[in-house]
Design a protein around this ligand. Structure first.
Ligand code: 13P
Length: 311
């Protein structure tokens, strides 16, 4: 493993490359990345990077967003099969039909979507800014929110804006059940419940905090640890309702706190396709480049930029 890391380090320097990793990546991938973050942070880091090559360790829509924002850079995915099932839950045909049924409505699209869907949308958003984006839309304006029904219903409740929702969902977050959280909470009554808004509304209803992956990290970091006298050791327990890859950073950055997965089944197989070996091959062979047709990229960039100016 050390030999692989040494070779990755040599190549990333030689090629003027950076490695970006999402918070759900394997621990060893997070540990060698130049930046680890949520969807918004990754997009912003790609935009301001001076590197010529971005090795993007996440899923396809994330690398595609970086390729749209940075047309002058080469964006590589270590494994081209790392897709996002949620992003595939609405087709262009379905979106056009929905727009035709609600003419005059604006479309707010979660970043977990394809470039062609973003190009057909008015606004892009991430889990960290979806409420703000929706709140920026003039009252009375009809809004279609795609493709995640759970994020959509959370945003509806926070922004106080009824929206037309699409029925998409993240299969990994769908595996976190309210019964799992209730059971963990009964075993650890003092634990705080912190969840991602891709969880279903009955899970969100049990949460002390709902946030993006980087928002979860911030909340847990800023929650003070306290002494549990009876246990005789410092304890601050958190039940985390999101993909289990986030637990690596949480535990690494907060050694005085204890983190439990809301469900051990919340393990995204696509996120875990990226490995150190594949990162090395990616840098050696300059594969797999993510390309977006210029006219689609131009349309998608408009909705992404609208989001970036709001936040
Ligand atoms: P974040 O932007 O909160 O990291 O979420 C990305 C994602 O795909 C969650 O499943």
């Amino acid at each position: 493993m050390d030999e692989i890391v040494t070779q990755i380090n040599r190549l990333r320097k030689e090629r003027n490359a950076i490695i970006l990793a999402h918070n759900y990546q394997r621990p060893e991938v997070q540990d060698i990345a130049d930046y680890v973050g949520d969807s918004l942070g990754l997009a912003q880091t790609a935009a301001k990077s001076k590197a010529e090559i971005i090795v993007f360790c996440g899923v396809h829509f994330m690398a595609e967003t970086a390729a749209i924002i940075c047309p002058d850079k080469t964006v590589l995915m270590p494994d081209p099969h790392a897709g996002c099932p949620l992003a595939n839950m609405i087709t262009l045909r379905e979106l056009r039909k929905l727009k035709a049924a609600h003419s005059g409505a604006v479309v707010v699209t979660y970043i977990n979507s394809s470039a062609e869907i973003k190009a057909e949308s008015d606004y892009c958003c991430t889990s960290s800014n979806a409420v703000k984006v929706v709140q920026s839309i003039p009252p009375g304006q009809e809004i279609i929110f795609i493709p995640d029904q759970h994020l959509g219903s959370y945003v509806q409740s926070q922004a106080g804006r009824p929206m037309i929702l699409w029925r998409g969902y993240c299969p990994t977050h769908q595996r976190i059940l309210s019964d799992d959280i209730k059971k963990k909470k009964s075993e650890h009554p003092k634990a705080l419940v912190v969840v991602h808004p891709e969880c279903s509304s009955d899970v969100v209803a049990l949460a002390d905090k709902v946030a993006s992956t980087s928002g979860i990290l911030k909340y847990c970091r800023e929650s003070p640890a306290y002494a549990e006298a009876s246990a005789g050791r410092p304890v601050r327990e958190f039940i985390i309702g999101t993909e289990i890859g986030l637990l690596h950073r949480l535990q690494k950055e907060n050694s005085d706190k204890v983190f439990m997965a809301g469900s051990d089944l919340a393990d995204c197989p696509n996120m875990k396709l990226n490995t150190l070996e594949k990162i090395l091959w990616s840098l050696e062979d300059m594969v797999y480049a993510v390309k977006v047709a210029p006219e689609i990229a131009a349309g998608a960039l408009k909705s992404i930029n609208r989001m970036l100016t709001i936040v």
